[in-house]
Ligand binder design. Structure first.
Ligand code: COA
Length: 258
């Protein structure tokens, strides 16, 4: 179904594996087309409750945009490429279902940017993060200058952006770029166990958490007002009635996403 992705659903969790291991899973046009289709599937398929994005092979999550596609681009074409990448990564960030990056190796350039568009990140102990675009006479184009500052603060972000240096998984943990560092063989199990817990919660509440947290970074939205509205909306849901009744009746809630 996809040219460059592997996809499998188990227990409501879709695992998307970017599958170009001989090119360290670099993001070419086909990967973007496939990611866009996968996002349609994620939004529309009720069987999918949450998503893990990872990379094929033991070495790389994604080693960046595919540099071989940069040759011969003029300024307008380069801007269109950046816009396409930003639009798809914004779809990931604004997806109503949780999307976690399981970073299994190099997350460089567009790979670091892809991981940062996900709702949170878990890394294997061999992972390395960086925005090495300055080595190519470039800057990040898929949202990296913005999300890196949001996630780790301006000083640390500017050092990484201007030096092009990589950081290891434990430094990423210390910076707050990733939530956990685990052994590579435990990476998917760790991501699954967190998502299984999230999948047992009220889906509309989970979606509203994503929307409200994203509002922090959207100057066109007042996040506090949005929170009031979303809090109110919860009171119109069957799941809120089920959740509060289940608590009072000392039983486990069974949520329906309604
Ligand atoms: N775009 C296109 N091809 C890439 C790539 C990228 N971003 N990153 C790696 N590859 C390809 C290499 O060209 C090589 O292909 P080949 O076997 O046909 O020559 C293959 O993936 C393996 O990479 P290689 O460089 O041989 O592996 P390594 O272990 O020596 O080095 C990296 C690993 C990640 C340090 C190195 O590949 C690298 O610096 N990649 C580019 C990172 C980058 O600048 N990303 C930002 C792009 S804007």
């Amino acid at each position: 179904m996809y040219q460059t992705l592997l996809a499998s659903i188990e227990n409501g969790i879709l695992v998307i594996t970017i599958n170009r291991p001989d090119k360290l899973n670099a993001l070419n046009k086909d990967v973007f087309t496939d990611l866009d289709s996968a996002l349609n599937e994620i939004e529309n398929n009720p069987e999918i409750r949450s998503v893990i994005i990872t990379g094929a092979g033991p070495k790389a999550f994604v080693a960046g945009a595919d540099i071989s596609e940069f040759g011969g681009l003029n300024k307008n074409e380069a801007m269109a490429l950046a816009k396409r990448g930003q639009d798809i990564f914004a779809r990931i960030e604004n997806c109503s279902k949780p999307i976690v990056a399981a970073v299994n190796g190099f997350a460089l350039g567009g790979g670091c940017e892809l991981s940062m568009a996900c709702h949170f990140r878990i890394a294997s102990d061999n992972a390395k993060f960086g925005q090495p675009e300055v080595n190519l006479g470039l800057i990040p184009g898929y949202g990296g200058t913005q999300r890196l500052v949001q996630l780790i603060g301006k000083g640390r972000a500017l050092e990484l952006l201007m030096s092009g240096n990589m950081i290891d998984a434990n430094t990423a943990l210390q910076y707050g770029l990733v939530n956990y560092v685990v052994k590579q063989e435990e990476l998917l199990a760790k991501a699954r166990s967190i998502l299984e817990s999230i999948n047992s919660k009220a889906p509309l509440s989970v979606a509203a958490c994503i929307k409200a947290a994203n509002a922090v970074y959207d100057e066109t939205i007042n996040g506090f007002d949005l929170e009031i509205k979303e809090f109110g909306n919860c009171f119109d849901t069957e799941d809120m009635k089920e959740g509060t009744s289940a608590f009072l009746e000392k039983r486990k809630a069974s949520f329906k996403g309604k």
